[in-house]
Design a protein around this ligand. Structure first.
Ligand code: PDD
Length: 278
């Protein structure tokens, strides 16, 4: 596989990062995951806008323009013959001797690599995913796509131990989001409920694209927090992320959502999203 590191396209085993990189020592970095379908980047402009915002919020600066990043991503897709999968991008503040404070002139680290993965799977649409709830133990700036992912790693491990596919995180009795996805429910009167963007969650790019499509097709969206109890009484539930697009959730904490099968609203949203993406 060819990877990108600081302006160079290299074989993956020739791409090296310093042991002093602040991403490694402090988690002082930002990342983005963008889906690739039929060799095309999905929701690329939304991911680039969020990247710029996250980097700005930590007082960093990208070493190249987002147009140059997208051009590099396209080159990686071509060089690696990637048809379906993702591009992972990571920005860190750079490398220097360990110190919480950093030099203002530090050269950032920017890397990108492709990951082949089957994304448009029918099987998940037949059964749906199982979710386990866990306490949300993250910091208060979840709108920044930081590489500090220990709470999410632990949440996903707990979900897997319970035979589940994703963790839903709870704060003050309300679902914030999934460990790596945005959370939704559908009420008995077919309203799609998801939290409004704030510092409490990551503003999902898939969410933004999907809500626009849903609105264009006359579906009702209510942006507000929902509780675990409301989710357990919902007709349908779903998650979105760049790596899953939109998929139904059929079990929460071992209890079926609605009739325990993927429902019509989420199935329709999936069709709308995939049609638009392809
Ligand atoms: N995760 N919420 C969290 C906490 C996330 O980590 C993600 C994405 C999302 C969905 O955002 P988007 O639709 O822009 O992918 C919501 C990526 C896929 C990851 O960590 O691998």
């Amino acid at each position: 596989r060819t990877v990108y590191l600081n302006g160079a396209f290299l074989p993956e085993n020739e791409a090296h990062i310093s042991i002093f990189d602040r991403g490694f020592l402090f988690g002082d970095g930002i990342y983005e995951v963008t889906a690739v379908l039929d060799g095309k980047l999905i929701d690329s402009a939304l991911h680039m806008a969020r990247l710029e915002r996250s980097v700005g919020e930590i007082g960093g600066r990208l070493p190249v323009t987002t147009d140059e990043i997208v051009a590099a991503e396209r080159r990686l897709i071509a060089d690696n013959n990637l048809r379906e999968g993702m591009i992972y991008l990571q920005y860190t503040r750079g490398a220097e001797d360990r110190n919480f404070l950093y030099s203002e002139d530090l050269a950032p680290t920017l890397l990108m690599f492709t990951q082949a993965k089957s994304l448009d799977q029918g099987s998940v649409m037949e059964k749906g995913l199982k979710v386990k709830t866990v306490p949300d133990q993250r910091w208060e700036r979840r709108d920044i796509k930081s590489v500090c992912l220990l709470p999410q790693v632990l949440a996903k491990r707990a979900a897997k131990a319970a035979g589940c596919d994703e963790a839903w995180m709870i704060e003050d009795g309300m679902i914030t989001e999934g460990a790596s996805s945005t959370a939704y429910i559908v009420t008995a009167d077919n309203k799609i409920i998801t939290r409004a963007n704030s510092n409490a969650t990551l503003p999902g790019c898939t969410r933004a694209a999907l809500l626009q499509l849903a609105e264009e097709h006359g579906l009702t969206i209510e942006q507000r927090p929902f509780s675990l109890e409301e989710a357990l009484n919902a007709r349908e539930a779903a998650l979105t992320s760049a790596s899953n697009f939109i998929v139904p959730i059929t079990v929460i904490d071992g209890k079926p959502v609605g009739d325990g099968k993927p429902g019509p609203v989420v199935t329709r949203l999936r069709a709308l999203y995939m049609e638009n993406a392809r």
